[in-house]
Design a protein around this ligand. Structure first.
Ligand SMILES: Nc1ncnc2c1ncn2[C@@H]1O[C@H](COP(=O)(O)OP(=O)(O)OP(=O)(O)O)[C@@H](O)[C@H]1O
Ligand SMILES: [Mg+2]
Length: 338
């Protein structure tokens, strides 16, 4: 793996500047407790991995590096490597279409399957009209805010539409979408949240390769992101769950969904072949951005895109959840060079 010296030095400098001894000991203590290891040894290994193996502390924790051999660790992607790939392979200018969810809607109109409004253009009357068709409104800050920019409103609670319009604009929630209705087999797991499938794809100019597959589950909040209490499980090539779910942040594992009691271990993405076919088409739309993490919602009529992330986000297997000791790096290396 070749990451140029410049990028590596910048990364190390950034890390050194942000270095906080309490962060290392905090993680090391958590790992020592969860895996029955000696804390100082974990801390030293974490520092060593950060300095020489491009492994941020959070990656070390989330992929259970403490339980893996050096050889096994080498099969894992890390945030640095993934970020490097995204920056190297994706055209930064073309990637803007993924940064602003309104631009995404326009470009991927054939794939998103839902109505939306831009409150920069649409006034209170249009918003009120929209709400007569869509009694639940999903309002978003259109430029990504790492899972914090999605909100849900009931149209029935609104009486003064001009005031509501002003409020949304003031909060920066200028993208309003109709609420997606998910497939009944997903709703059975958690009806209050649209539970999405995350696929990372790479388009080599001829073929679309799917390099990572994950199913997220919500806990009733508007979003299934972990900032809203969500968790995820890894998927195999047939869209079937591999092991238990977790949020990546602690050692709470979910063999069943804690609210519905349905099996996470036995979970199967509905309409999986259609999901793969959707990504195969979507990944070709912006060929200048070949490496993308897609959020997909499966509806009763078929899958739709929620968004694409040009820096896909890291979801590697975790041996304590799945028993699998190999990461997705070999799959990446088989189809791309960086
Ligand atoms: N139109 C919608 N209807 C119902 N649920 C939605 C809708 N849009 C988003 N969601 C829920 O909110 C979650 C987050 O939405 P989205 O992917 O647009 O934002 P995000 O991932 O939080 O944004 P970013 O990480 O880019 O800041 C989705 O995974 C889904 O659970
Ligand atoms: Mg998302």
């Amino acid at each position: 793996m070749k990451i140029d010296l410049d990028a590596r030095v910048k990364y190390l400098m950034r890390r050194a500047r942000r270095f906080s001894p309490s962060r290392v000991t905090g993680f090391a203590r958590q790992i020592a407790r969860e895996q029955g290891k000696w804390m100082p040894a974990v801390a030293i290994d974490m520092l060593f991995s950060a300095a020489f193996h491009d492994t941020a502390f959070i990656d070390y924790y989330e992929a259970d590096f403490a339980a893996l051999t050096r050889k096994e660790r080498k099969t894992f992607m890390t945030s640095l490597v993934q970020h490097h790939i995204a920056v190297k392979l994706n055209d930064r200018g073309a990637a803007e279409v993924f940064n602003d969810k309104r631009r995404f809607h326009r470009r991927f109109a054939d794939f998103t399957g839902r109505e939306w409004l831009d409150l920069g253009q649409a006034g209170p009357d249009e918003l009120a009209q929209f709400a007569t068709r869509h009694p639940v409104l999903i309002a978003k800050e259109p430029i990504s805010r790492e899972g914090h920019g999605v909100f849900r409103y009931d149209a029935a609670d609104v009486s003064d539409w001009p005031a509501f319009h002003t409020e949304l604009v003031a909060k920066g929630q200028v993208l309003v979408e109709e609420a997606i209705v998910q497939h009944p087999s997903l709703a059975a797991y958690c009806a209050g949240t649209v539970n999405t499938t995350r696929l990372v794809s790479y388009f080599d100019g001829t073929d679309v390769h799917i390099l990572s597959r994950v199913q997220k589950f919500g806990r009733g909040a508007v979003s299934d992101q972990f900032t809203w209490g969500g968790f995820f499980t890894m998927l195999d090539k047939d869209g079937h769950s591999v092991g238990r779910g977790h949020s990546g942040k602690n050692n709470t594992f979910y063999a069943v969904h804690p609210d519905s009691g349905l099996s996470i271990v036995e979970f199967q993405v509905p309409l999986w072949n259609e999901v793969v076919a959707l990504i195969d088409r979507a990944a070709r739309v912006v060929p200048e951005v070949p490496y993308v993490g897609w959020d997909v919602a499966v509806t009763p009529q078929g899958p739709v895109l929620i968004e694409g992330n040009w820096v896909p986000g890291l979801y590697e297997t975790r041996v304590t959840a799945t028993g699998i000791r190999t990461g997705s790096r070999p799959e990446h290396e088989a189809v791309m060079t960086w």
